[in-house]
Each structure stands twice: as C-alpha cells, then as structure tokens.
Write a protein that binds this ligand. Structure first.
Ligand code: OGA
Ligand code: NI
Length: 365
C-alpha cells in the first residue's frame, strides 16, 4: 500500500452514511451525480443483470378473486389457480381482492409523505432497534450485516399484529392510512391462508391454526431516483423471511423474480397486489410451495414506492417450533428441513443480511 493511496473502509463509510439519518433520500436531496462507493454492487452481480431480458410472454400468473365467495365450484377453480401459481412460480398477482382502490392509493401517498417529510421530523423516528420499537425508519436494515453492498432504498417498518401500535406511535403523516390498509391486509391474508390450505388438500383453517396469520409486519419502502442505476440495486436478490408476503407496488417497475434461471419482470398492474410465498411456507410444506428469489432494480425514475406486508413474527418472541407438516411427509417424501423457531431463523437472516443466498439451505437436512 503506497503512502498516498486512500484505503476504502466500507464500515466507516457505512457508519458515516448511517449517522446522517437521512438515508438515500438525503443523498438525492444533496443533488449528488455519482453514487458513493458503498452502493456499488460487485461486477458479477451486476453482470447478472444483463440476461434479465424481459421475456414478454413470460409473466407471473394473474388470479381473479372475484368469484371466490360465489359457490364451491368457483372457489375450487380459484384454489386450482393458486396451487399452480405457488407450486410453479411462488408468486402471483391478485385482482378483485376486495381492497378498495382508494385504500391502495392512500397508503402509497402516505408512505411517500413520510419519506418526503422534513428530515428533522424523520430523524426522530430513525432507529435500528426494531425489537423494541413499533415504528422504525432507517435505510438498509442489514447495513452492518455481511451483505457486500448497500441498496438504493430507505424504509420504515411497523408491527401491526398481534399487538397493534398505539396511534401516537405512528407518525401523523401516515397514521390513518396504515391502520386502514393493514385492516384490509389482515382480512385478505386470512382468505389467502384458507385458499393455500385448500390447495394443500387440507382443511381451510389449517394454516391459520398454525399461527401463520398471527403476526403482521409492514415494511414501507421508498426507492429514490438513482443517478447511476447500472451500478447498484434497489434491493439485492433474496427470498422473504415470512410465511407469505403481500406486496403493493406503484407504477414505476423494477421488481423481478428469478424463475427457471431467468429474471422475469413483475410488471405493475394497476389495482393488483403481488402475493409471494416466503421461506416458512416452503419449509412447512416441505418444498411443495416455493419461496422464490427476487430483487428490485434501481431506476433513474422515481421515487418508487412499495408496501410489503410480511406475515411473520420475525425477531419477536415466539416459542412455536416449525418443521415440515406431518400431513405432508411420508416414507417416500421424508422431511427436508429440521425443526426451527422463527426467531432462530430470523436471527440468521438478520445477521447475514441480503447477501443473495437463501437461508433455507442452512436448515436443509
Ligand atoms: C421485500 C421486497 C420488493 C419491492 O421487501 O422483501 O422484496 O418491490 N420488496 O419493494
Ligand atoms: Ni422480498
């Protein structure tokens, strides 16, 4: 090392970024034209972007829930579609899901309002202590994990169920919208777990009785416009630390899933919600349902807003142990995973951060 060379210490640079408490939005407000080095993703990961051709005839399934309560035959037809989607794609979009359009618009506006609020007010919510606080705002939950690069994204998160926050724990800019939207998410989540139980050939209440619907964590993302989108990502390749995730995205685009070794765009569909299977459902269904890897590209346009509702107790205390369901294993199909608590699993997830590998491989037998 020569005397004049400047050493790149990612920890110091990450910490300096963190201490601004202004996230990526702060960099954009400062009108930077080149993104800091900590946001540069390794070349091999970026090269991986190139084959991400948008194969126009390859799209995740779109399922219409309008007929789900009409009669048994219509419900069975929907269950068949859900079954196909989660066994082959791990992802689908749902339309006519029952959440009014204005509720979807309100929550997206509210998320944008919070992130575009006076930086001083935002700073008062800045924290990394999501184990003890109901509402936290920060940038990159895994900033100090082993993930090789930082993502072009700010977020706030809030545990909604089973113990809802007191109104004053949520900033006024998004309070009403959070309560209204989450009420609908819990109700749609209930329906989804019924349909998924039926898709397994089990009683409708099975997954709910295993507490899959019990805990809801909402993470509301803000992806600012990026001056050098080819050097970074909005969110690194990962699979979700949940049973199920319900995602609302705006019309900017950039979400992709890895399907049969090809990156496939999840094109925004106005009024639709994206449903994806998380790691715990893959685990308890013994690989019948797939928790598929996905990522978000950075974009010159923006901001992009998305709201991810995770059914997962994550790092919250929860002594329940999960393993492949007895009903789904047999001598020919033995358990593929060892038993684990969600907290134990999440600890691995948070320590490693989004490093591009699925954490399910750690508990595979
Ligand atoms: C996530 C996620 C996608 C998006 O939060 O786990 O994958 O579009 N989000 O923000
Ligand atoms: Ni995700």
């Amino acid at each position: 090392m020569t005397k004049n060379s400047i050493e790149f210490d990612p920890y110091i640079e990450r910490k300096a970024f963190d201490e601004t408490k202004q996230g990526v939005k702060g960099l954009v407000d400062a009108k930077i034209t080149e993104i800091p080095r900590i946001f540069h993703h390794p070349q091999d990961i970026l090269a991986d972007k190139k084959p991400s051709v948008c194969v126009s005839n390859l799209e995740i399934p779109i399922i219409d829930f309008a007929s789900v309560h009409v009669d048994t035959a219509s419900r069975e037809a929907v269950v068949e579609k859900v079954k196909y989607a989660v066994e082959n794609w791990g992802f689908f979009q749902v339309i006519n899901h029952g959440i009014p359009l204005n509720v979807l618009e309100e929550i997206k506006d509210a998320v944008r309002r919070f992130h575009e609020e006076d930086p001083e007010l935002k700073k008062s919510y800045f924290s990394r202590d999501d184990a003890n606080k109901k509402f936290v705002y920060n940038s990159n939950f895994d900033l100090y994990g082993s993930s090789p690069s930082v993502n072009w994204r700010d977020s706030f998160s809030c545990y909604i169920a089973p113990d809802p926050p007191a109104p004053e724990e949520i900033p006024e800019t998004c309070r009403d919208a959070m309560f209204e939207y989450s009420k609908h998410v819990l109700s749609l989540g209930g329906l989804l777990f019924e349909l998924l139980s039926e898709a397994l050939g089990l009683k409708s209440e099975t997954l709910k009785s295993m507490d899959c619907l019990k805990t809801l964590l909402m993470i509301c993302h803000y992806y600012p416009p990026c001056p050098q989108p080819d050097l970074t990502l909005g969110i690194t390749k990962h699979s979700d630390n949940s049973f199920l995730t319900l995602l609302l995205q705006d019309n900017i685009g950039g979400l992709q899933i890895l399907h049969q070794d090809t990156w496939v765009d999840v094109s925004p569909l106005h009024g639709a919600l994206v449903v994806n299977i998380g790691d715990f459902l893959q685990l308890i269904t013994n690989d019948k349902f797939l928790s598929v890897e996905h990522r978000v590209l950075a974009n010159r346009q923006g901001p992009r807003i998305s709201v991810a509702s995770f059914f997962s107790s994550s790092m919250r205390p929860n002594s329940r142990v999960y393993g492949p369901m007895k009903e789904l294993v047999s001598e020919e199909n033995p358990p593929k995973y060892r038993d684990i608590t969600i907290k134990e699993y999440s600890k691995i997830f948070f320590e490693k951060g989004l490093d591009g590998t699925s954490h399910l491989s750690n508990i595979r037998i």
